[in-house]
Design a protein around this ligand. Structure first.
Ligand code: ADP
Ligand code: MG
Length: 218
């Protein structure tokens, strides 16, 4: 299978759903021919600041590895390419907000003759902004508590301008294009049952009986 490209606004619940999908696929793919992979900015240690359009605000320590968005994309691309095959299911959890980038990923999947699909996470902008606000407050608190190690488990927040800019730059997937289809969608309010139904149809489309044969020259 299959490359599953998760997309959505910053702090809209993408990782939460990507992890639910991972759990679902672990069970579903058990005993099948598929191996499962999960790739995200966090697994590749890519800082949220790479998306910042005002690099003067980016702290120096984050400049070393994957310093720019372009470098970050190259490292994500490399990570996907290393594992993607007809026998590997790759969940790519991230913003994936650029149309041309999703096109590139779709072509990469096609080149190894495996399907790709989009899982779009919908969330009201104000709700997503609140989530980022909470993360910013937590980071500020932690910075104030001298001597305590930063919590490794918690995802990094986006600087407010970076967050607003990403929302502004977000290029909605268009299921009429071949690189943004098939498109599956989940919104914040969707129940576990609804998520399961969506995951079932996603599985059918890219690994089950409904799976199309992918030819590189199509
Ligand atoms: P993203 O990966 O888009 O930045 P996360 O999945 O990390 O977003 O979600 C941000 C926060 O919102 C997390 O604290 C998570 O617990 C909460 N959250 C995400 N999705 C939902 C949801 N569908 N219902 C309730 N809370 C959610
Ligand atoms: Mg995330």
């Amino acid at each position: 299978m299959p490359l599953i490209i998760v997309t959505g606004l910053p702090t809209s619940g993408k990782t939460t759903r990507a992890k639910q999908l991972h759990e679902y696929l672990e069970k579903r793919a058990a005993g099948s021919r598929y191996r499962l992979h999960y790739i995200s900015d966090d697994t590749l240690s890519i800082s949220r600041s790479v998306y910042d359009l005002s690099p003067d605000k980016v702290p120096a320590h984050t400049r070393s590895a994957n310093a720019s968005e372009k470098d970050a994309r190259a490292s994500i691309y490399g990570a996907v390419k290393r594992v993607l095959s007809d026998k590997d299911i790759v969940i790519l959890d991230g913003l994936n907000y650029i149309k041309g980038w999703r096109y590139q990923l779709h072509c990469e999947a096609k080149a190894v003759r495996t399907p790709s699909c989009i899982l779009q996470i919908g969330c009201h902008k104000d709700r997503a902004r609140e989530v980022n606000g909470e993360r910013l407050r937590r980071e500020a608190e932690e910075a104030g508590q001298q001597g305590t190690a930063p919590s490794e488990e918690q995802p990094e927040a986006y600087e407010p301008d970076n967050w607003e800019n990403l929302v502004f730059r977000y290029e909605e997937p268009n299921p009429m294009t071949r690189w943004d289809s098939p498109l599956f969608a989940l919104v914040w309010e969707d129940s576990q049952d609804q998520a399961r139904r969506v995951f079932d149809s996603l599985w059918d489309a890219i690994a089950g009986e409904g799976r199309k044969v992918v030819r590189p020259n199509q």
